[in-house]
Design a protein around this ligand. Sequence first.
Ligand code: CA
Length: 619
Amino acid sequence: MKKTVLWTSALIAALTLISTIIAQQPRPVDAKVLRTAGTAKDAMPGAWLTYGLTQTEQRYSQLKQIDESNIGKLGLAWSAPLTTPGGRGGTEGTPLMWNNTIYQTMDNSIVYALDARTGEQKWMYDAKIDPITPSHMCCGTHNRGLAISDGKLILAANDARLIALDAISGKELWQSKVADINQYYSITIAPRIAGDNVIIGVGGGEYFIRGFFAAYSLKDGKLAWKFHTVPPPPGQPFEDKAQEDAAKTWTGEWAKYGGGGAVWDGLVYDPELNLVIAGVGNPEPWPVEMRGMTKENWAKFANLYTNSIVAVDAKTGKLKWYYQTVPNDAWDLDAVGGFIMADIQIDGKARKVVMQAPKSGVFYIIDRTNGQFISAEPFVPINWATSFDKKNNGRPVINPDAFYDQNKAVMIYPGGGGAHNWAPMSYNPNAGLVYLPYTAGSYNFVAAPEPNPKAGGGAHGLGFGGGKERQTPMPIWGPDNVGRGGLQARDPKTNQIKWVKTGRGGNIGGGTLTTASNLVFQTAGTTLYAYKADTGDELLAVPFNLGGPAPPITYMVDNTQYVGFATRTHFLAMKVGGTEKMPDAPPPAGFGRGKGDPKAAPAPPPPDAGKELHGQGKQ
Ligand code: CA
């Protein structure tokens, strides 16, 4: 009898312990959780589990606690220091939030895990990138964020390594070498999860690389497939038919400079269509004559798959379709910048679209089921194209006067850094609007005698200081109400600009998110803004003087909704009724490659950074 009671008590105690342990184990993220992440059917409401919140990357949050009625009381809930060894301290990373933890990447491939309620640091991980890395990247050792699944955080280190960390402890689980930093391959893009794989693309398109994006097994980091964005050098075997087709669009001795075609920002996974869609950067070097062409024949060679939106089978990496935004690009108009997928009515028809607003200054809407062109509309003044040929699946008609060489300079709109760079746009399906930070500018292109890999900012082959002829006047087309830069709310159904806030945003950093309570949040320069999503009425402007900033997220923990984002020195988390004092630590001076001077006050980014060819994280 006594023995039975003892056994029963022991069993109850053991069961209680097991159930306590189970209760304390956070539910892991997996492919199924990710499929509904951030949607109305979210299995983990309040979390932020993938770069663009949802796999559609709309950055549209279901959270409604913060709304128009209480946003005036939004204040700092907590701040946490984000010091970066090496003194760079810049950031472009969208954080993730899972298990009450904020995961924030900083430049130099550093990850912070912070308590999402208090900011207390749980752990910090430093990938200890190869010391040559900063000198082998065009635009700074930036990192745009992490992926999470299967209990692992996936970090892409700047020196082209993929690293899996235990999401709870921060301990390293596996590493995979994606490419060789000594060959000028690097990574800044945030990895994305596609089923059992993690997808990653390489940077380095301003050097002599052969670009690609690839899938690695989430389990052990083994390569699953690779899609080259540029064909192999002549004489070498083709990987597949897509490479064979691409080879016909190149000529001359292009291969001695690699070809380019970096995949450094736009990447999206559609589980329903089993597609990975990637945005591909410029061919390398930039002047067409350095890629084996002449003024007479350059328009005949498209240089596939550079400057293209490329869709591949998520399981095999085989090409499904592509749309080339800029055939034979000479102006660094990379087809990068985040994608947004949506199902919308266009001309009375339900379309599954993918949208992108890349450096070219054109807002593209493509049917993602088949790559069919729907529309291409300039969102800033442009002059590199004269129109889009609807009969030829929207192929742009390149302006013949946009050609430049060593003796002829040409003023091209948009300018260096592009009309829209990495700063994320967002889409509110209720308001039916896309929120796009943009820069309207121009740049005077002239070719150098030859590309120089040791030149700062890349080996793109541009001359500086102008040519013998300058600024060939060319007609400019596009909207005329956009100023030099800002935030525009666009209706993708009609391509109308519904509202615009000039003088903020663009490619100087930050980004946007939008919520089901009709709000848009934007970080830009030294301010967090909030607007009404439908009308653009400004509701809030919170100043901070900490550099950066990175894109904002919103999340809910313990029934409190927060808006959080990284600056160059601190993570800031805001909530309604927050009363903490804003940190006043001055950010280190200088952009990406600067040494940093703690005494120097930050120079506020110019309202139009378009004149700069390379600045913070513009690839
Ligand atoms: Ca580029």
